[in-house]
Design a protein around this ligand. Structure first.
Ligand SMILES: NC(=O)c1ccc[n+]([C@@H]2O[C@H](COP(=O)([O-])OP(=O)(O)OC[C@H]3O[C@@H](n4cnc5c(N)ncnc54)[C@H](OP(=O)(O)O)[C@@H]3O)[C@@H](O)[C@H]2O)c1
Length: 343
């Protein structure tokens, strides 16, 4: 074991201690999970014997990640997990619908969906094939449509298989961010056509993730068919040393005109990359928070915002039920989805 891995293990143990004992994280067992990329998160579930479906926009990168995940030994007392890589581009609503359809026809019960994929603050406004601002669709709308479709599919399945444990619901984790506190949902310019800034788009999409969590949970709780105790949880993983955070750090840390940035980039970038482990937390921190959100009892975390292994209050805007309901209705309109079927 290298020094880095040993330090990571120690941090993970400290994280486990902070959520109330190592046994808690060790004891989390999830049968089937669908994760929107996130190699460390996938590995943590795989090592606990879960079947994980890793959904990625590039099959090649997904398969490379699978080699890494499958190289990890199971935790003591656990069998090796199973891993499947499937293609999913959140920037395409057609791709999301295809995955939901495939799951509906072929797949087994799904215990947890981790809406993990994300893009952060591209300097120029980018648009998806569906015509939405990239962060709005990839970070929010695509996940929303996927979660809605998969929960509905699970419920149909549970209704059909009357012998199945109906109290055993599905949990949806929406990866949000502390940045949600700066977010605003401007229905007059949801796609940021009039006024674009990368961070404005990012924080709005992360606020949308917390609002979606609360609205999913409200809808789950008013389900009268006894069709399963589904739950939704929003997660801020911490400021983690990943490509997403490093990219943002590099592009925003020292403001300067683009021409000058290009000139000094060969000097600044290696320095910032070397400093990243000091400025940002290791991925094991995000894994511990994700495991807590995935495994904590429903009455502790359902509909809540979890950060650093604890339930925390999100921003005031994120707690506005009218805003959440309006965003839900707008999301239905934008994706041409009926407002009130099962969900
Ligand atoms: N790192 C942090 O400090 C931090 C803080 C707060 C919140 N978060 C949130 O945590 C989540 C995970 O972020 P991370 O830090 O682990 O970033 P990351 O390592 O960059 O992972 C993000 C993943 O999203 C995938 N992705 C991007 N666009 C996609 C698309 N159109 N369809 C499908 N997948 C797509 C990327 O796949 P490719 O490999 O194909 O690009 C990448 O694997 C994100 O939602 C992020 O906003 C992170």
């Amino acid at each position: 074991m290298g020094v880095g891995e040993a330090a990571d293990n120690l941090r993970m143990r400290l994280a486990a201690w902070a959520v109330g004992g190592h046994e808690f994280l060790e004891s989390i067992r999830i049968n089937t999970a669908c994760a929107l990329f996130g190699v460390r998160k996938t590995m943590a579930l795989y090592r606990r014997g879960s079947k994980v479906v890793l959904a990625c926009r590039s099959l090649k990168r997904g398969q490379e990640a699978a080699v890494v995940v499958e190289g990890a030994a199971p935790l003591p007392g656990c069998e090796a997990g199973k891993l499947e890589v499937v293609e999913l581009d959140l920037g395409s609503l057609a791709s999301v619908r295809e995955l939901v359809q495939a799951w509906d026809t072929h797949k087994e019960p799904l215990d947890i969906l981790i809406c993990n994929a994300g893009v952060m603050a591209p300097p120029k406004r980018l648009q998806t094939e569906d015509g939405f601002e990239q962060q709005f669709q990839v970070n929010y709308l695509g996940h929303w449509l996927l979660a809605r479709g998969l929960v509905a599919a699970q419920r149909r399945r549970r209704r059909k298989h009357s012998g199945e444990d109906k109290a055993h619901g599905m949990r949806v984790l929406f990866l949000s961010s502390l940045a949600h506190i700066a977010g605003d949902i401007n229905f007059g310019d949801l796609q940021l056509r009039q006024q674009y800034s990368g961070f404005r788009g990012y924080s709005a999409s992360k606020l949308a993730a917390v609002l979606a969590t609360a609205e999913f949970q409200r809808r789950f709780e008013r389900d009268t068919e006894g069709c399963g105790a589904d739950t939704a949880v929003a997660v801020h993983p911490g400021l983690i040393n990943t490509a997403l955070a490093r990219g943002w750090l590099l592009s925003s840390s020292i403001p300067m005109p683009p021409g000058l940035r290009q000139l000094v980039a060969p000097v600044i970038e290696p320095l910032l990359r070397a400093a990243a482990p000091l400025l940002l937390l290791p991925p094991s921190h995000a894994v511990a928070t994700m495991l807590y959100a995935a495994g904590a009892p429903a009455d502790e975390v359902a509909g809540r915002y979890v950060a650093h292994w604890r339930v925390r209050p999100p921003s005031r805007r994120a707690r506005d039920p009218k805003l959440a309901a309006r965003l839900w209705a707008e999301s239905c309109r934008l994706t041409d989805t009926p407002l009130e079927p099962e969900l």
